[in-house]
Each structure stands twice: as structure tokens, then as C-alpha cells.
Write a protein of this length. Structure first.
Length: 203
């Protein structure tokens, strides 16, 4: 990996977690999930405390996605199309994320953290679509808490197999990520259909 997670966390600790996640959320080539997993491993080793590590991870994620929201609000879609590729935000990702956002809206703000590529764009789209920061913050915070807790917990749980976890992220991310996205989308669609059916029954 071009970004040395181990070096960064060991030398900058909690501050490093915040800075790395802010960078990752705005599109810099930082392996966010593995970074959080390594944080969990570091907690297991006793070099970081669990609650402070979790809090700064959420702070970093929200700091990065809020910065993206601000840029989207101030500069709009033309900026994203022009400069997005420099931050790994391609036209294809923008198109796919836009379609998902139009269908799922606020729900996508919750699950976007689990979808690499989408989480780097969703804040821009929310701002462009006129979301208030208050509404955006509520849904994004829910997603950030779930995301950070999940991967830090995985790092803590599989601390003795951290090398295996890293290899799995590298080798199987192309399979695991689409599968996870599919599962999450199926759950959301099923929920929306059930909710609509219940509303129709009550009318």
C-alpha cells in the first residue's frame, strides 16, 4: 500500500487517525477500512484506548465528509466534474452515485461509508441537492458511527490475524465490496417496499 497505515498510527496516534480519515473521506488514496481495522488491532495491543480511538475515528470521518459537503455547497457540480478525478472521483463513480442517491436519498447517507467510491461523493451530492447541513449531519453521523465501530471491532476481534486481514482487504476487496453493496441495497429496498405496503394497508 502506498499509504503506510502502521507508521502513521504508531507515530501520530489519535491525531493521525483524525487526519488520515479526513484525507480518505475527501478522496485521497488512503485505505480507510484497513486503517480502522489496524486501529482496532492497536487497541488490542494496548497502545490506544478503545473509546478515545472510536471517538476520534468518528470525528475524522465526519470532518472529512463535512468538508466535502461544504465544497459541494460552495462550488457545486462543475467543480466536482472538473477536479474530481484528481481525488479519485471519476465520471463513472459520479454517475453511479447520482443514480443511487436519487433512489435512496437519506438512506444512502447512512450506508455510504461502507461503499468505497460512493462515500467520497455522497456529501457533494447531498449539498448539490439542497440538503441542509443539519439533515445531512444526522444521517451521516449515524453511518460514521456504524462504520467506525464495525471496522475497529473487526480489528480488535481478529487482532491475532492482522496480516491475514490485510491480505484479504487487498485480494478480495473487488469481490467483497460489490457483495456488501448488494446486500445493503437489498435490505433497504425490502424495507422501503414493506413500509410502502404498510402505509397502503393503513389507508
Amino acid at each position: 500500500m502506498s499509504f503506510n497505515v502502521q507508521y502513521f498510527i504508531e507515530h501520530f496516534a489519535y491525531f493521525g487517525i483524525v487526519i488520515a480519515l479526513i484525507g480518505g473521506m475527501i478522496g485521497l488514496p488512503i485505505p480507510d477500512e484497513f486503517l480502522l481495522t489496524y486501529v482496532g488491532y492497536t487497541v488490542y495491543q494496548g497502545n490506544l484506548l478503545l473509546i478515545p480511538a472510536l471517538l476520534v475515528a468518528i470525528l475524522g470521518a465526519m470532518g472529512g465528509i463535512s468538508l466535502s459537503f461544504l465544497l459541494g455547497h460552495k462550488l457545486g457540480l462543475p467543480f466536482l466534474k472538473k477536479f474530481g478525478p484528481k481525488f479519485n472521483i471519476t465520471e463513472k463513480r459520479l454517475h453511479v452515485s447520482g443514480k443511487l442517491f436519487s433512489k435512496l436519498g437519506s438512506y444512502l447517507l447512512v450506508i455510504c461509508f461502507f461503499i468505497p467510491g460512493v462515500r467520497h461523493i455522497i456529501a457533494y451530492l447531498a449539498a448539490i441537492h439542497g440538503y441542509s447541513y443539519k439533515k445531512f449531519f444526522f444521517y451521516a453521523l449515524s453511518g460514521a458511527i456504524a462504520w467506525a465501530t464495525t471496522f475497529i471491532s473487526l480489528g480488535h476481534l481478529f487482532a491475532n490475524q492482522i496480516k491475514l486481514v490485510e491480505d484479504c482487504f487487498i485480494k478480495y476487496s473487488m469481490i467483497a465490496v460489490p457483495l456488501l453493496c448488494g446486500i445493503l441495497l437489498c435490505v433497504i429496498v425490502a424495507y422501503l417496499i414493506r413500509r410502502k405496503w404498510s402505509l397502503n394497508q393503513n389507508m
